[in-house]
Design a protein around this ligand. Sequence first.
Ligand code: PGA
Length: 252
Amino acid sequence: MTISIVAGNWKMNTTLREATSLVSEMKPRLDDAQGVRKVVCPPFVSLASMADLLRGSTISVGAQNMHHEDSGAYTGEVSPLMAAELCEYVVLGHSERRQHFGETDESVNLKVKAANRVGLKPILCVGERLDERDEGRAEALVERQLRGGLEGEDSVSGLVVAYEPVWAIGTGRAATPDVAQDMMAHIRSVLTSLYGGSTASDVPLLYGGSVNAANATDYMKESDIDGALVGGASLDADSFVEIVRAAAEARP
Ligand code: PGA
């Protein structure tokens, strides 16, 4: 069975002090939850401390982004090698990066390749805007992002794909489990056409967009949804722990 993953994307939230207290609160409770891989993605400045705090625990650390070059004159950027020293995962191509920082399928593809090169597991984010869905272009758009992000990549070991419809992120307007499942099935079929059925079935597919403790179970029950990428609710220890438990119970 595909592994289940619940990842918390903290975005540009938490000072080091706040990050420390959030992780300290969650850690003993998350360590108890079996059967689900747990990932927290704090801001860069807290990564080293969180990696220290979580060493030896069952909780993995992820970065929210990175540059594709290993080093160089890129003021303000963090390289794949730097991230790989501290993290197991890296979120790539989040819609906020595409929207506010000009990331494209091409730049995301360079980052996916860089992640694979240094042994980081990419959480590749795809998802359509509301106008694209209304125009009936959601599937085509997500397929383009997926094929573009994976262009030229022969190996997908470690790959995680997160489907996050832009209109559902931070809005409280979560996609219904049906809508999410339909897109996941499409993503799975695109992965199958690229890498074959058995490889595609091993890639964990996460739903993201207003996931909370109350709705998490409904997603996890869907056949092609293997977990969640959680934004707002991952900043609250109780909520995040509940979502992880829901995932564990839904997919024993
Ligand atoms: P949200 O964010 O859970 O706050 O909607 C999800 C995400 O952007 O990863």
